[in-house]
Design a binder for this molecule. Structure first.
Ligand code: PXP
Length: 253
């Protein structure tokens, strides 16, 4: 298939995590989002968690008002979040599982077991013009269910692949990468647009960016951490460069 340009969505949640550690106004996630856009991000991702541990309702208001490009609004499948999404009508809504105790989104959404409810849940979001994405593991059963409920996009969870890499478990990492590659092709064959994300770093992004069916990567925690050392703009630009390099197989890209 043709090598289309891979989009980069920058997740700015953890700018809000740092701000909230002191409870003041700094650093401002909206300012970070604008900087990321200027540095080449194709979109901004923000997760309004039920406990508001990082992004707040006011941040979503600010992002909707200030962004030049699309907002990918991550949320749990709850009535409260559906109302907020329908009020803002962001470009995209990504449905993620959420547990209060977890440090981050630990697994993909269990779509197959909750198909009926999720089909009814996403219908009004689609009617409002939002592109609905479902965050799932590289599991054929979940992908088929996401397709049946009417999602247009799936985002494949790359967390396990990244964890295995970090732990030096390279065989397990490569098995996970093979599953992600196979399931990206399978989802694409059903007509789903394929995104990927979670835990990606400069060291792990290449093989995921090289999967031809993947159209967008959403990357946050690593980029916000790296921006302490090189600044957010240069951190985003380096990620963009590595993605382009992997996509084209050309180190001059
Ligand atoms: N994609 C989804 C659906 C997520 O929930 C997250 C984390 O909020 C990310 C991507 C970004 O993950 P990370 O911050 O580890 O790069």
């Amino acid at each position: 298939m043709a090598q289309t340009r891979l989009r980069l969505g920058v997740n700015i949640d953890h700018v809000a995590t740092v701000r909230n550690a002191r409870g003041g106004a700094y650093p401002d996630p909206v300012r970070a989002a604008k900087l990321a856009e200027e540095a080449g991000a194709d979109g901004i991702t923000a997760h309004l968690r039920e406990d508001r541990r990082h992004i707040t309702d006011a941040d979503i208001d600010g992002l909707m008002a200030a962004l030049a490009g699309p907002l990918n609004f991550e949320m749990a499948a709850t009535d409260e979040m559906q109302k907020i999404a329908l009020r803002h009508k962001p470009h995209a809504v990504c449905i993620v599982p959420e547990k209060r105790q977890e440090r981050t989104t630990e697994g993909g959404l269990e779509v197959a077991r909750d198909e009926n409810r999720l089909a009814h849940f996403i219908a009004p979001l689609r009617d409002a013009g939002c592109r609905v994405s479902i965050f799932i593991a590289a599991d054929q059963k979940q992908i088929e269910a996401a397709h049946r409920i009417g999602a247009e996009v799936i985002e494949l969870h790359t967390g396990a692949y990244c964890d295995y890499h970090a732990e030096g478990e390279f065989e397990a990492r490569d098995r996970e990468l093979a599953a992600l590659t196979e399931m990206a092709a399978f989802a694409h064959s059903l007509g789903l647009e394929v995104h990927a994300g979670h835990g990606l770093t400069y060291d792990t992004v290449g093989p995921i960016a090289a999967i031809p069916e993947v159209m967008e990567l959403n990357i946050g925690h690593f980029l916000i951490g790296e921006s302490v050392f090189r600044g957010l703009g240069p951190a985003v630009k380096e990620m963009r460069r590595l993605m382009d390099e992997a996509r084209t197989g050309n180190s001059e890209a």
